[in-house]
Design a protein around this ligand. Structure first.
Ligand code: A3P
Length: 300
């Protein structure tokens, strides 16, 4: 065990397993991860690639509305997780099975994945459909993930301390593995013209600007009025109140412990990180991503 670590990790994710050297929860079983590699993409699919807690749901709602010309009626009728399938997810209780939702879905499909680049569908790596990557600074993301680990039964309702979770996160001992490896894998393809890298913090800073850029990247010129409506609809308070986006009907998330729409801010990490943890996080960042030129915003 590394000298800085104080905890033996005892928490088990329900059905956890290691695939390609990466830890996964039971809702991404090996047969699903294998099948994802063979998934057939379509020219007009849009993929959203994020590490968990980077603002995936936020981007799903935005892109679904862009790709459907601001169909707010459609968005009010079906939860976002059924409109925008989570490709490598298989929850038979909720009847949310990503591949089964995606395969028969009419185009344009907006598909979510938390997989590193090496594990996405082979066909997507060869194809020219678009992928939007959302990155979020790892300190806020870690805090968000900690709360999700506590509130979600799919994560085994983590009972340990913040300190222990911080160590788990830094060492990649969490569902979908190391944030550092994940981030590196997608950053390496940032120059692919079909890949657009976006940042949670930029969306917080100026959501309208990001929506306009997304419309242009996705080849969907929308009126100023529809863009304004999307920006309003996708504000944090609006999504927190909206039963189609707030996940309050999802049996596995105990909102009394922590709702999915928790705080939606930049800089909450300061309420959790000790000085030593902050230094360690910066050290890990330098070690893993220091030579990439990728920089994050930690406060607005
Ligand atoms: P916090 O836990 O920091 O509040 P994901 O969808 O990838 O699981 O990410 C969830 C995180 O995104 C949560 O972060 C959630 O509050 C935040 N989020 C979701 N919708 C948002 C919005 N419209 N504006 C800002 N943050 C949002």
């Amino acid at each position: 065990m590394a000298p800085w670590r104080k905890h033996e990790f005892t928490h088990k994710l329900p059905g956890e397993h290691v695939y390609n050297g990466i830890l996964f929860f039971g809702f991404s079983p090996p047969d699903t991860l294998r099948a994802v590699r063979d998934f057939t993409v379509r020219e007009d699919d849009v993929f959203i690639a994020t590490y968990p807690k980077a603002g995936t749901t936020w981007m799903q709602e935005i892109i679904w509305l862009i790709m459907h010309d601001g169909d707010f009626k459609g968005a009010s009728e079906t939860p976002v997780y059924f409109r925008s399938p989570f490709l490598e997810f298989k929850d038979e209780i909720l009847n949310e099975v990503g591949l089964e939702l995606a395969n028969p879905m009419s185009s344009p499909r907006v598909i979510k994945t938390h997989l590193p680049y090496s594990m996405i569908p082979r066909h997507l790596q060869q194809h020219s459909c678009k992928t939007v990557v959302v990155f979020r600074n790892p300190k806020d993301l870690c805090v968000s993930y900690y709360h999700f680990y506590k509130s979600s039964s799919s994560m085994g309702n983590f009972q340990g301390s913040w300190e222990e979770f911080f160590e788990m996160f830094m060492t990649g001992h969490v569902d979908h593995g190391s944030w550092f490896d994940y981030t590196k894998s997608w950053w390496e393809v940032k120059d692919n013209p079909n890949v657009k890298v976006t940042f949670y913090e930029d969306m917080k800073r100026d959501l309208r600007k990001e929506v306009v850029e997304l419309c242009s990247f996705l080849g969907k010129p929308l009126s100023n009025e529809i863009i304004d409506d999307i920006v309003r609809h996708c504000g944090f308070e609006s999504m927190r109140r909206n039963p189609m986006t707030n996940h309050e009907d999802v049996y596995s998330i105990n909102k009394e412990i922590s709702p999915l729409m928790r705080k939606g801010t930049v800089g909450d990490w300061k309420n959790y990180f000790t000085v030593a943890q902050n230094e360690l996080a910066d050290y890990f960042y330098r070690r893993h991503l220091g030579d990439t030129g990728l920089q994050f915003t930690y406060e607005l």
